[in-house]
Design a binder for this molecule. Sequence first.
Ligand code: 0X9
Ligand code: ZN
Length: 498
Amino acid sequence: MGSWSRTVLILFLTISAAVLSTPLINKLQPDKEWPQLVKQPSQDESAETISEKSKGGLAVELVNGQHLAETVKKTEPEDSENEDDVSADIISKCLIEAKDDFQKVDYTGAQLWKVSTEKNGWRVVLNRLRRRNLISTWGTNGTSIDILVQPNAIQNVTNALNREKIHFEIIIEDLQARINQENPPLDENEIELQDRRGHRMNWKQYHRLEDIYGFLDYLAKTYPAIVSVKSIGNSHEGREIKLLRISNGNPKNKAVFIDGGIHAREWISPATVTYYINQFAENFDVEDDDIKNIDWYFVPVLNPDGYEYTHLKDRLWRKNRKPGAGRCSGVDLNRNFGYRWGGKGTSNSPCDEIYRGPRAFSEPESKAIQDFFKSSASEFSAYLTYHSYGQYILYPWGYDNAVPPDHLDLNAVGKKMATAIKSTGDDNYSVGSSSNLLYPAAGGSDDWAKSIGIKYTYTIELNDRGFYGFVLPTQYIEPVAKESLAGLRVLAAAVHTA
Ligand code: 0X9
Ligand code: ZN
């Protein structure tokens, strides 16, 4: 080919590429921009895994408008979450994410609003805003829903709500300011204390995975007669999924399984589960017989990659860290379990917060749980999975508005748990089936546990009480964990009488 024809060909290709990519770029409306990405010093750069820096690629993943998840109530028109297309908006968003490696997501100016859902149509309006990526939805109850509004969407969302006369109030003026205050570093005295204690956990702080795992290993070493730790699998990025067992070895014991941290940003969950572990292991001799005569299995951080990611990159990340092959990453582990997988309240779009993954148990983290139950000889009477927020004790089914045959037993025990919690702390937990009380959402670990025959299966949604959302300050760790432990004791008693 002559040099003239080559020049013409190159010119033609360049113009075609520009024309073809234009619609994608134009799709980015101003109100669909992502939160500002500002380089912030990582708390501990050295702790970042190689995969965070190079393997996964999309280290800063937004987020924007995708933050919850919380799906449509069954009375409302079907959302688009089950549709099979990944829109150009989302694709272009993912492309933008890809180049912003290494940076920490900054929520300066982002706000949390509590919006009334008293009238049926109001949720429909909110779902519309969410689908347009103007808001993301967080916790909900019967009368309101919390929404995260990015700074550049505040005006549009205000106008939309005012137009429909929907009531709302601002709960958090600046989310980044709250994030900055949430988990202050330890003072010198505490650091000295840690050294003497033999582990770093203190329930006055939210800890990194290394501290949590160090604590589990410490307990196994200190109390080998009753405590053992093993790894039940590895996450996408190769982190161990550690399981701790506490047992007096009585062959008649029933078993109880407890997990935490399925959702990365719900920090109060691993904090609470480790609090229980500490309570039982450190005081085993003087514990109630109900506690001593149960084989306890704890996985405090079922999503270790996501958990670390919330410490290092994006405080509000929910999913695991399944690499997205150049597109959005992460699977919602609580949509990936294998009972009625793929049903309501799930998405097949990798960019969604409630992405269910390509198939049931596609994720190493959920698969680890399945494998563990397959190989365990223990007889499990209860499965509790800890989340936040909203103070709920939820039992199956979650996949749709139906209840298992023994739902009255589950309801009765749940109510007793709520009463015990109320009289220990002061929180009112609501009890009911999760599809009924929250929203239908298939593929949850609770439904799967129930489906394999575990009687007392609950999702516990811990605090916030309405002021902090997922960003619950550290002074709440102890009260939340302590009152919820009262509920766990009721469960232990029920296991013995079942
Ligand atoms: O949506 C969830 O996965 C849970 N709520 S959260 O705000 N922590 O994300 C509720 C799960 C309830 N169980 C099922 N739907 N199976
Ligand atoms: Zn959750």
